[in-house]
Design a binder for this molecule. Structure first.
Ligand SMILES: C[S@@+](CC[C@H](N)C(=O)[O-])C[C@H]1O[C@@H](n2cnc3c(N)ncnc32)[C@H](O)[C@@H]1O
Length: 392
C-alpha cells in the first residue's frame, strides 16, 4: 500500500490536541510544527483523517519540500517534483493558496503562477502533450514557505474541515467548529458529565460536544475533493470509511448538554443548527441571561466563549459581565469553568486566578483559554450516563 506524508494544518495552539487525535486514529506523527502536524498514512488514512479528525483544518498529501530564494529555484524545484504520480493528464490543477512567512519569496500571486507554469512544463514532458484541457477532476495545490523552505501539498479536503455542514445560519461571533471541538478536548469532560455553555450563540460548543458524545465523526455527512480522485483512492476505500464512521456512532447515549444565550435569535439559530447536525434531541437550548445560570447537580462543566469586548461599545460592559460569570460560577457546587477570551481582565473580574491558562489563536486574534478546575466526582458518581441516566 502506498504511503503518503500527510500534513494537517490547524489553529495555532492546537497542535498537541490534533497530534493526540491523529495518534488515537492509529497513525504515526512524524513532525509537529506551529500550526500543523505531519503524519504517515495510506489512502485509507486520507479518508479516515478527513472524516474523523475534529481539530484539523484540512488534510494535504505532501508532494515535496525544497529550499528556494529565487523564482528560478522555485520553478526548477517545482518542476522536479513527480506531479504525474498525483495528477492525471486531464486533471485540473492550480495553486489554490500560497502563504509565506519569513521568506525571500512572498508574493502569493507570483508564487502561484510560477509554480503552475513549472507543473505544466513537467507534465507536458511526462505526458507528451502540449495542451492540457483540464476537464477532469480538480487537484488544488497549497504551498507554504517558512524561512525559505517551500512545502508543497495536494489538498484532499476542499471546503475547510471546520465546515461540518450544520452551521448554515451565522451568529454574531461564531467560533470555528474545529476550535470548539479542541476546547472540549482540552477538558476532562466526558459524555457522562454535565456540560453547559451559557454564551452559546449559534450553538457550536454544545453541538460539537453532542457529536463527541455520540462518537459521531464530524465529516461523516460531507464530501471531500479527494472523493473524486479515483487515480489515487478507490471509491470503495471511501465507502468503507464512511461506513466505518456510521458503525462507530452510538446514537443511544443521552448526554446532559445545554446551551443558553440571552438573545432569542441566537437560540433560534442554535436550535436550527442542532437540527441540521441531527443533534437537536440531545441539547437543551434556552434563552437565559448569565445572571440566571444555576444548576442543582454537582460536578458539571461550563465550556464557553463569552463576548470579548473587542468592539468599543461592548468594552464598557465587560467588567460587570465577567463579574457576573464569577458570581454564577461561584454559586455552582464543584463545577469546572473553561473559558476562551481575549479580554485581558477576565481573571481579575471573575475574582479568581485560573488553575491553567493556554494561549490559542482564534483566527488572527490572540486569546487565552482559562481553566478553573473543580474537584473530580467520587467514583460512584462517574459513568452515570452513557445511556443509563435519563434526562429530566
Ligand atoms: C462570542 S459569542 C458566542 C459564539 C458561539 N460560541 C458560537 O459559536 O456561535 C457570545 C454570545 O454571548 C451572548 N451574550 C452576551 N451577553 C450575554 C449575557 N449577559 N447572558 C447570556 N448571553 C449573553 C451573545 O448573544 C453572543 O451570542
Amino acid at each position: 500500500m502506498r504511503k503518503f506524508e500527510l500534513i494537517a494544518p490547524c489553529h495555532f495552539g492546537l497542535e498537541a490536541v490534533l497530534k493526540k487525535e491523529i495518534i488515537d486514529l492509529g497513525y504515526d506523527v512524524s513532525q509537529v510544527e506551529d500550526g500543523r502536524v505531519t503524519f504517515i498514512g495510506d489512502d485509507e488514512a486520507v479518508c479516515r483523517a478527513n472524516i474523523g479528525l475534529r481539530t484539523a483544518d484540512r488534510i494535504l498529501i505532501k508532494v515535496g519540500s525544497f529550499h528556494a530564494v529565487t523564482f528560478d529555484e522555485l520553478f526548477e524545484n517545482t518542476k522536479a517534483l513527480a506531479w504525474e504520480e498525483y495528477i492525471p493528464s486531464d486533471g485540473k490543477f492550480w495553486v489554490a493558496k500560497a502563504a509565506s512567512i519569513k521568506s525571500k519569496l512572498f508574493s502569493p500571486s507570483d508564487i502561484q503562477s510560477i509554480m503552475k507554469k513549472a507543473m505544466v512544463e513537467r507534465l507536458k514532458q511526462v505526458y507528451g502533450i502540449q495542451w492540457f484541457t483540464e476537464e477532469g477532476e480538480p487537484y488544488p495545490i497549497r504551498v507554504f514557505l517558512m524561512k525559505d523552505t517551500v512545502t508543497v501539498g495536494l489538498d484532499t479536503t476542499g471546503d475547510s474541515l471546520h465546515k461540518r455542514g450544520y452551521r448554515k445560519l451565522a451568529a454574531k461571533a461564531p467560533i470555528a467548529e474545529t476550535l470548539a471541538a479542541a476546547l472540549i478536548m482540552l477538558t476532562p469532560w466526558r459524555r457522562d458529565r454535565i456540560l453547559v455553555d451559557p454564551f452559546c450563540g449559534s450553538g457550536t460548543i454544545p453541538i460539537e460536544a453532542a457529536l463527541m458524545a455520540a462518537n459521531a465523526a464530524p465529516g461523516m455527512k460531507r464530501g471531500f475533493t479527494a472523493v473524486r480522485w479515483e487515480n489515487l483512492i478507490a471509491k470503495k476505500v471511501w465507502d468503507d470509511c464512511y461506513e466505518e464512521a456510521g458503525d462507530l456512532a452510538d446514537w443511544s447515549v443521552k448526554p446532559d448538554i445545554s446551551g443558553y444565550d440571552f438573545d432569542p435569535e441566537m437560540i433560534r439559530i442554535a436550535k436550527q443548527n442542532a437540527r441540521l447536525a441531527g443533534m437537536e434531541k440531545w441539547i437543551r437550548f434556552e434563552e437565559r441571561d448569565i445572571g440566571q445560570l444555576s444548576h442543582k447537580e454537582r460536578y458539571g462543566f461550563i465550556i464557553t466563549n463569552p463576548p470579548y469586548g473587542e468592539r468599543l461599545e461592548e468594552k464598557e460592559a465587560m467588567p460587570a459581565l465577567y463579574k457576573k460569570i464569577g458570581e454564577r460560577f461561584g454559586a455552582l457546587d464543584a463545577w469546572s469553568l473553561y473559558m476562551i477570551t481575549s479580554y485581558e481582565e477576565a481573571e481579575k473580574d471573575i475574582g479568581r486566578r485560573a488553575d491553567k491558562n493556554r494561549k490559542i489563536y482564534n483566527g488572527m486574534m490572540k486569546t487565552y483559554y482559562y481553566q478553573f478546575m473543580g474537584p473530580k466526582p467520587p467514583k460512584a458518581d462517574r459513568g452515570k450516563a452513557d445511556g443509563l441516566e435519563q434526562r429530566n
